[in-house]
Design a protein around this ligand. Structure first.
Ligand code: MG
Length: 161
């Protein structure tokens, strides 16, 4: 196995519907809409999971946690992430930093960034200084701009554990 650093890219998107809880990076955000999803629909953690799996060449979230499996109904994504971190460790890697872009027209996410950063850092066993949370609107364009969807893109770097 190589000891070179490994980079992974993750992306996730969910439809937003009335009356579902909005959870981002394991943090519950007060908002009238939340993701329509089989699990809790945490786009941040789902994107991080795919970035981790990508960097370790371990496949993708849909292969590990199929949305046809009743065991993952309303699943806490923090628990799924912990399982993935453990698989990544078994493969000989650990995350060293993560950069997150949340794409959402609403709510305004700046007040929530510190809590999301601390939560993600804790879940990945990282110093908060190794986690960056960015938020962007979609300039009112398309389904994200129309508040019909929320998405997240992330990049994760792995080093030898
Ligand atoms: Mg998802």
């Amino acid at each position: 196995m190589t000891t070179n650093p490994r980079v992974g890219l993750g992306y996730d998107i969910h439809r937003l519907v009335e009356g579902r809880p909005l959870i981002l990076g394991g943090v519950k955000i007060d908002h009238p809409k939340g993701p329509f999803a089989h699990s809790d629909g945490d786009v941040v953690l789902h994107a991080i999971i795919d970035a981790l799996l990508g960097a370790a060449a371990l496949g993708d979230i849909g292969e590990l946690f199929p949305d046809t499996d009743p065991a993952h109904k309303d699943a806490d994504s923090a628990i799924l992430l912990k399982q993935v971190v453990s698989r990544v460790r078994d493969a000989g890697f650990k995350p060293t930093n993560v950069d997150v872009n949340i794409h959402a027209e609403k709510p305004k996410l700046s007040p929530h960034k510190p809590a999301i950063r601390d939560s993600v850092a804790k879940l990945l066993d990282l110093d908060p200084g190794c986690v960056n949370i960015k938020a962007k609107t979609n300039e009112t364009l398309g389904p994200i701009g129309n508040e019909q969807a929320i998405a997240c893109t992330t990049v994760v770097m792995l080093i030898a554990a």
